[in-house]
Design a protein around this ligand. Structure first.
Ligand code: URA
Ligand code: SF4
Length: 209
């Protein structure tokens, strides 16, 4: 089965994990992507935001949420009273999955398969273990399922403080799930979707105090 576990270092901080993740071949997604996009932010962050996977811009620049979805997320976070510069930002899957329609230059995002999300999950769990945040924001269904299991649904689970089951840990972070910022960009009712994203992020901001 696809699995990143053999590529994880047995010790070290975020920097060691980032270096090791650069060489991960735990699933086939490394083959066509430019680079691994590991999480970014301070190891002391109280808040972790988890997206789905890097997009086109993130794949090129090597950093999470630096494209259009990231811009929207930053704006929504600011409105909700969240300081993104103090947060740790990452993705459920660390390589960009895409198709080239008609074999052209344009790369179109393709949703990762469950087995790719499962393969990459050890990196995400390691990041959470190292950062030990108080709150985790799951952006969209992929992040929600990676954190809370396959029964997760954005529509039923969003906007509430949920506890994250972490085996063998006393202090469990809370999870707040919301829409993916890309879903806001695609929504028919973009204003309504954006307001919903801000409202859910306010739940996380409130919990952070
Ligand atoms: N969408 C994501 O889920 N993550 C990114 O880093 C960029 C876009
Ligand atoms: Fe490894 Fe995740 Fe990249 Fe797959 S997507 S190769 S598991 S880092």
């Amino acid at each position: 089965a696809y699995d990143a576990s053999p590529y994880l270092p047995s010790r070290g901080g975020l920097a060691a994990y980032r270096r090791a993740a650069a060489d991960c071949r735990g699933c086939p997604l490394y083959e066509n992507a430019t680079q691994t996009v590991f999480g970014e932010g301070a190891e002391s962050a109280r808040l972790v935001l988890v997206g789905e996977q890097p997009g086109d811009q993130e794949d090129k620049q090597g950093e999470p949420f630096v494209g259009p979805a990231g811009r929207l997320l930053r704006q929504a976070a600011e409105e909700a009273g969240i300081d993104m510069d103090a947060a740790y930002v990452t993705n459920a899957v660390k390589h960009f999955k895409f198709v080239r329609p008609g074999g052209g230059k344009r790369r179109i995002h393709k949703a990762p398969e469950l087995r790719e999300v499962a393969a990459c999950r050890p990196w995400l769990l390691a990041e959470l273990d190292l950062v030990r945040p108080e709150i985790v924001v799951a952006l969209g269904a992929t992040a929600g399922k990676a954190l809370l299991g396959s029964s997760f649904r954005v529509t039923k689970d969003r906007g509430a403080l949920l506890s994250l089951p972490v085996e063998g840990k006393d202090e469990q972070p809370y999870v707040v799930a919301t829409l993916h910022p890309s879903a806001v960009l695609r929504a028919d009712d973009r204003e309504g979707a954006y307001a919903g994203l801000v409202a859910d992020l306010e739940v996380a901001a409130e919990a952070l105090g």
